[in-house]
Design a protein around this ligand. Structure first.
Ligand code: VTB
Length: 313
């Protein structure tokens, strides 16, 4: 089974509208209002789609409503059963502070093909490698870099690693520096960070570190279409996290997931820029119209492209 291509433009519409809604808050120092605008818009647009949709990766669980919460049903119900992962505003700090890289992101897969996980941290690694055993979450930083260096036929000092700038990554960053790897530090937005490995133009060979689990699942959806390697390991630190994971049917809390255990079968991924970043341009206003860019991937048709959209409001 595949997901009908007609859903691509409907999803581009969903993330584009959410991006425009959030754009009104660029530089306004209000993360919550920016996020709420994106969430409200996304829910409204999803509810108009002819799908029987369920949010499996969202912003928290039921108690955190009015966010798009895990388990929330969306769509008219007249259509296929679809699992949905959303990050209506990825990079709330970017919008609040008018910084590059804010995105509105969604991914869909057929029912039961998208990992159902609570909102916790995830240890992640990605690279444009389609062989097993080159990079692995269980390897040391050094092993990963040396293996990748051999695989890419590139000296370690010519390899670039993208890491989120967090104290928890000090050991990774120090080790990368010791080996002489070039580091690309990002302040937030690790969906984008993980996707930098998809194309040479971003000049990133490997992405690693701990970030949001939902962001990891979303990145995996796009990486699948690019035939990249991705592994994720959820980190369930508190008892509350562990109980929620158990309730969701996750038995082994320390399991390392391969990309095809996180997302299976066909999928669509859309990310629309809110503020301009390396991946896509942000919202621009030209002749009173909103111009946006969206990165789209559709696994079964092999579509991987950035499209421009002009919103006639
Ligand atoms: C990331 C990143 C987000 O949160 O997953 C991160 O993609 C989670 O880590 O853009 P921290 O708690 O350390 O921030 C963001 O930075 C913000 O939602």
């Amino acid at each position: 089974m595949t997901i009908d291509q007609k859903f691509i433009h409907q999803l581009v519409n969903v993330t584009t509208k959410a991006a425009i809604a959030s754009y009104q808050f660029v530089g306004k120092k209000d993360k919550i209002a920016a996020d709420k605008a994106a969430v409200d818009s996304m829910r409204n647009e999803l509810n108009q789609m002819n799908i029987k949709g369920e949010i499996v990766i969202g912003e928290g669980e039921l108690d955190k409503a009015p966010m798009l919460y895990i388990g929330e049903k969306v769509g008219t119900t007249y259509g296929p059963e679809i699992d949905i992962a959303v990050d209506p505003l990825e990079g709330t700090n970017f919008v609040a502070n008018n910084l590059p890289g804010a995105l509105s992101v969604i991914s869909i897969a057929e029912k039961n093909n998208l990992f159902n996980a609570p909102e916790t941290y995830m240890e992640k690694i990605s690279a444009k490698v389609n062989e097993k055993g080159v990079i692995d979450l269980d390897y040391t930083v050094k092993e990963n870099i040396f293996n990748l260096s051999e695989y890419l036929n590139k000296k370690p000092e010519n390899i670039t690693a993208c890491v989120m700038d967090r104290p928890r990554h000090n050991d990774i960053i120090n080790e990368l520096s010791r080996i002489g790897v070039k580091i690309k530090l990002i302040t937030d937005g690790d969906v984008m960070g993980a996707l930098f490995v998809t194309d040479k133009k971003y000049k990133v060979d490997i992405f690693l570190g701990i970030g949001g689990g939902p962001e990891g699942v979303l990145a995996a959806a796009a990486l699948d279409a690019y035939n990249c390697h991705f592994q994720g390991r959820f980190l369930f630190d508190t008892d509350d996290d562990k109980n929620r994971a158990n309730k969701m049917g996750i038995k082994d809390l320390t399991k390392k997931y391969e990309l095809n255990e996180i997302i299976r079968g066909d999928s669509i991924f859309c990310a629309t820029g809110i503020t301009s970043g390396d991946l896509v341009s942000g919202i621009k206003i030209k002749n009173k119209k909103f111009v946006s860019e969206t990165l789209i991937t559709h696994k079964s048709s092999g579509i991987k492209k950035i499209i421009k959209n002009i919103d006639n409001r």
